[in-house]
Write a protein that binds this ligand. Structure first.
Ligand SMILES: Cc1ncc(COP(=O)(O)O)c(C=O)c1O
Length: 452
């Protein structure tokens, strides 16, 4: 007799199309069907527990079914599940905005809500382009971004973060963007030292901005770590240099902290490491502790003020979504921010970040097929290559990264790679023993799959 799992599997295979998933492969494999969460674990429909090693796609902060977050949600649902933010306001939306501004880099003053990282970035771009037109600087219509950056999957954010693998079929839809070459040693600056690569990357930006600066509305970048590119880390100096270059060319500086925000890099925001304030800051993922789709685009009073005027001047920012600022999301986001304080989340991470760095350096880096490890806080990429000395990748068909995660799954750890880069992104509240398990298992899986 068919089990409940068999039934679910058949329905999944009949009706669903999963994101970023080769469905031919998916339909040939046994699906893991998650039925509940428990702290830092996901539990499947057979009752099997998996350590959530990538925070459910980089968004979980305090674990699953965290009492304070559950309670906040239940309380809010007894008041109001949803009401529009277009021409109306609501209590959790107002309170969250105040709290976001309190923790955000100094100088940011206004919060515009949406519902995903991609929309937060779209809004930032539209704000920037409209801002310059309202200011009368109407030639500033272009956007600059970092090569291979990722900002989401809407058409504007795809234009910003073009990747040949992801977007080659959609080129016709995308608008041109000026691309700066980030200081990623192995892709762009082979044979250089880190300091030389940094200098070369800053020079690349300097030259491109000197040529195009006056037509640029904004530079958009992922600060300190280009996540989906494969965890490409940048030194703090690069972030500072980009901020200064934008200032000197009068370009708006937009930081996409969708992945790096809310403690992920070891400070509340990645830009706190560099002491820089962007003109526009995009946040999502961890804003609700990983519970609900909510995002925000924060900006300065200077940008905001440019949009003020009589209605008939039509300076209004005509942008919004049905679920903009959803009250349930806002209520859980407030509880999330309270937990950061109550549980000293960012402080407690510090010794663990150092211990992680040590173990990665001592035990992973010497492995014969680990060519590089990049870390900012709890954001880690372990790059696997076929030939370490020549830094030659594995053939794509070998799916080495995928094999490692399948091995990890057998050992009850859930991770997800970026090609052959193994990503570790544990929930920020993960316990020492669980971190140890995560590293032990991933080490074992890399050795099993790569053969050393
Ligand atoms: C830096 C960055 N920006 C934007 C996004 C898109 O966020 P969302 O998937 O919520 O649209 C992501 C998602 O991983 C991201 O890493």
């Amino acid at each position: 007799m068919a089990t409940y799992h068999d039934k679910l599997k058949q329905l999944d295979h009949t009706y669903l199309w999963h994101p970023f998933t080769q469905m031919q492969e998916w339909m040939g494999e046994e699906p893991v069907i998650i039925s509940r969460g428990d702290g830092h674990y996901l539990v499947d429909d057979h009752g099997r527990k998996y350590l959530d090693g990538v925070s459910s796609l980089w968004c979980n902060v305090h674990g699953h079914r965290k009492k304070e977050l559950d309670d906040a949600l239940k309380e809010q649902i007894d008041r109001l599940a949803h009401s529009t933010f277009l021409g109306l306001s609501h209590v959790p939306g107002i309170n969250l905005a105040q709290q976001l501004i309190e923790i955000a880099p100094k100088g940011l003053q206004r919060v515009f809500y949406s519902d995903s990282g991609a929309t937060a970035v779209e809004i930032a771009m539209k704000m920037a382009v409209q801002y310059w037109q309202l200011k009368g600087d109407s030639q500033r219509t272009q956007i600059a971004s970092l090569a291979e950056s990722y900002h989401g999957d809407t058409v504007g954010s795809m234009s910003l973060g073009f990747s040949e693998t992801f977007h080659r079929f959609h080129k016709s839809l995308l608008f041109p963007v000026l691309r700066l070459r980030p200081p990623h040693l192995f892709r762009y600056y082979q044979g250089m030292s880190e300091a030389e690569a940094l200098a070369a990357a800053i020079q690349d930006a300097r030259e491109k901005l000197a040529e195009h600066g006056s037509t640029l509305a904004a530079l958009v970048m992922e600060p300190l770590m280009q996540g989906a590119a494969g965890m490409w880390a940048q030194p703090v100096e690069y972030l500072r240099a980009m901020s200064e270059l934008c200032r000197s060319h009068g370009i708006l500086f937009i930081l996409d902290e969708v992945a790096t925000g809310f403690g992920r890099t070891g400070k509340m925001f990645a830009c706190d490491h560099a002491g820089v304030t962007p003109d526009i800051l995009c946040v999502a993922k961890g804003i609700t502790g990983g519970y609900l789709p909510l995002a925000a685009t924060l900006t300065t009073e200077e940008v905001f003020a440019a949009f003020l005027g009589e209605y008939q001047e039509f300076k209004t920012f005509f942008h919004g979504h049905t679920y903009t600022g959803n009250p349930l999301g806002c209520a859980v986001a407030i509880a999330n921010l309270e937990l950061f304080v109550k549980e000293n989340i960012v402080e407690n991470m510090q010794p663990r970040i150092a211990a992680l760095r040590q173990r990665l350096h001592d035990e992973f880096l010497p492995l014969g097929h680990v060519s590089d490890i990049r870390q900012w806080g709890y954001m880690i990429g372990i790059e696997l290559v076929d030939d370490k000395a020549g830094r030659k990748s594995y053939p794509a068909a070998k799916r080495i990264g995928h094999q490692v995660i399948l091995e990890a799954r057998k050992r009850s750890v859930m991770i997800r790679p970026l090609g052959d880069v193994i990503v570790l992104m544990p929930p920020l509240s993960i316990a020492d023993s669980e971190l140890t398990t995560l590293l032990d298992v991933v080490h074992d899986c890399i050795v099993t799959v790569t053969g050393n």
